[in-house]
Design a protein around this ligand. Structure first.
Ligand code: FAD
Ligand code: SF4
Length: 558
């Protein structure tokens, strides 16, 4: 029997494997995806330009997505038919393999949305069970162990830090960053160098970044990106205490009423096997963790494991906001600035958080973060960005050819991404569809999607500010797209932590209220998501929970 069995090997699962195996515990990690390593992540655009090859084929494993039609009725469509893919990276290390690694900590006000900003009609906002102060040492730990590079600058919304500086210097900075800084100075804004989970040079037994320009949505060929496999699981394996089984899909968790006892999984050959452990950690990413619990019915949990009060799957959230862009044209710039635009490889790494909180009609409003970058280097993606003219009419033929040529050699797009809170509502949740099964015959997750109008109002406010900055930098054809469409890669909630079983699934340490030895450590625990991408917080919280678990082992509670 193992001491700990972890389901899912991404950002939520890996810190547990790292800490527990280093403490001498016998750890088993079960991962449904394949075992890819650096050598598999070559930059062949046709082979790997779309991350779909790292996710299951929708014909074999899909979701059912429910959205509201114009008459207000809910319509469910299988993603096999719509192509709307809610899988992220399905492989050892999870979607952290494919992330861009823009790392932001949540801020103290993110932990207290209800008490700081008050109730919002139609939104299930609560304060977190823990505050920023409790998580801060673990954010710090992630900087050092996973590897976060950057430069601290003082600004009104800088979160308190126990280390004055980042442990790693910023990655190679594109000179356009100084244009951004100048524009910020003119507008009276604070230009923030964005921290990255990317090593600028060799460190932590990993290679430094090769500045390939192909980062977000691509696997990292050097190990510089702080993905869960390169940064944590490789080290867990070195202890000799950790076993990772890839191609192992967990479909059921058994319990004896007090404890989880056993998990069942299908291996690569479709054989059903089981594993036993003293303690289980579920970290299969928000949607799939809820699905697994809902599919694990038993006499004590007739509606799914931990679901006697109907809390599993509820209050699913995403990162709200959207994106925007502007074009920097060579004809508007002197020669030396044109040459700057031609430089490839270096990162822009700039953000604005001037409106992390703002006032409207005398009321404090929670705002968000805006990250700035060049458009992704992927040529297909760049060409696709040219198929509409400025009035959003589709263009084709020679006109499109000319436009693509111009875009590639006489201009460069500068883009931004807006992150603000996706307020939890009663109509955004995960269930299962008993009538739609995956290739193993297991009911798939049914995701109902709904967003609160407030999210779009805040996102649009932030996008307008970002557009002003692009204008100041001299960009033209500026536009933004803030919508209620969720980014499937930034998902959280479904198994909130809270103070009792009637309003939540987990306790403050992410242990199930209803079972003594089952923890959930992906982003499912988050009742609200903050106005930043989630991964630094997922890592930090998982390190925090690892400490709680270790203490229980130490106290002989397990
Ligand atoms: C293209 C892209 C860009 C991103 N950029 C950023 C960024 O810049 N900054 C940021 O903070 N975040 C970013 N993210 C998000 C980040 O990757 C996720 O927040 C993070 O990886 C989530 O961690 P997790 O542990 O919840 O899930 P994952 O890391 O996805 O891990 C879950 C793992 O569980 C496995 N699994 C699922 N079901 C089962 C099962 N039943 N049995 C066994 N295994 C199972 C999955 O295959 C997966 O490997 C990005 C993501 C993508 C895809
Ligand atoms: S080498 Fe650098 S640019 Fe390339 S994927 Fe890794 S972190 Fe990103």
């Amino acid at each position: 029997m193992y001491d700990v069995c972890i389901i899912g090997s991404g950002a939520g699962g890996a810190p547990i494997a790292y800490e527990l195996s280093r403490a001498g515990k016998r750890v088993l990690v079960l991962e449904k995806g394949r075992y890819y390593t650096e050598k598999d992540f070559f930059k062949d655009e046709l082979a790997v330009s779309r991350r779909d090859i790292y996710t299951p084929p929708l014909d074999e494993e899909q979701h059912v997505i429910e959205t509201q039609n114009s008459d207000g009725e809910w319509e469910a469509v299988e993603s096999r038919k719509s192509g709307w893919n809610f899988w992220n990276g399905s492989m050892v290390g999870g979607s952290s393999n494919l992330m861009s690694g823009y790392f932001h900590r949540m801020k103290p006000n993110d932990f207290k949305l209800l008490s700081t900003y008050g109730k919002i009609e139609g939104a299930n906002i609560v304060d977190w069970m823990i505050d920023y102060k409790e998580l801060e040492p673990y954010y710090d730990k992630v900087e050092k162990i996973v590897g976060v590079s950057g430069r601290v600058v003082k600004h009104p919304f800088l979160e308190p830090r126990s280390s004055a500086e980042y442990p790693f210097k910023p990655t190679w900075e594109h000179p356009i960053s100084s244009w951004f800084d100048t524009a910020c100075q003119k507008l009276g804004l604070y230009s923030i160098p964005t921290a990255r989970a990317v090593l600028p040079s060799d460190a932590l037994e990993r290679k430094g970044c090769s500045y390939s320009n192909f980062c977000g949505s691509y696997g990292c060929a050097t190990g510089a990106k702080g993905n869960a496999r390169s940064a944590l699981l490789n080290k867990a394996l070195k202890t000799g205490n950790c076993t990772i089984l890839s191609d192992s899909f967990v479909y059921k968790i058994d319990n004896d009423g007090k404890k989880a006892t056993k998990i069942h999984y299908y291996n690569k050959n479709g054989r059903s096997l089981h594993a036993e452990a003293k303690l289980f950690v579920l970290a299969a990413q928000a949607v799939e963790s809820s699905r697994l619990l809902l599919n694990s019915k038993s006499s004590r949990f007739k509606n799914g494991l931990l679901n006697n009060y109907g809390q599993v799957g509820k209050n699913l959230i995403f990162s709200a906001g959207g994106s925007g862009e502007g074009r920097l044209r060579f004809e508007d710039l002197p020669k030396e600035k044109q040459n700057v635009l031609l430089l490839r490889g270096a990162f822009v790494n700039r953000s604005l958080q001037d409106w992390y909180e703002f006032e409207q009609e005398g009321k404090k409003i929670k705002g968000g973060t805006i990250d700035f970058l060049f458009e992704h280097a992927n040529p297909t993606n760049r060409a696709m960005g040219e198929v509409y003219d400025k009035d959003l009419n589709l263009i084709w033929g020679e006109r499109l050819q000319q436009r693509i040529k111009y875009a590639f050699i006489r201009s460069r797009k500068f883009v931004f991404e807006v992150f603000n809170d996706w307020l939890p509502t009663d109509d955004c949740f995960v269930g299962v569809d008993e009538n739609v099964k995956d290739k193993w015959g297991v009911p798939v997750a049914k995701i109902r999607l709904n967003s609160h109008n407030h999210d779009i109002e805040v996102g649009s406010f932030l996008a307008q500010k970002a557009e002003t900055l692009l204008k100041e930098m001299g960009a033209v054809e500026i536009r933004s797209n803030i919508s209620s469409a969720p980014p499937p890669n930034l998902v959280a909630g479904g198994c909130r932590f809270g103070n009792n079983e009637e309003n939540s699934v987990l306790d403050r340490n992410c242990k199930a209220h209803a079972l003594d030895n089952l923890y959930v450590t992906d982003a499912s625990f988050m009742p609200t998501g903050g106005s930043v991408p989630y991964t630094w917080t997922i890592y930090a919280n998982s390190f925090r929970v690892a400490d709680k678990i270790l203490k229980r082992f130490h106290d002989k509670e397990l």
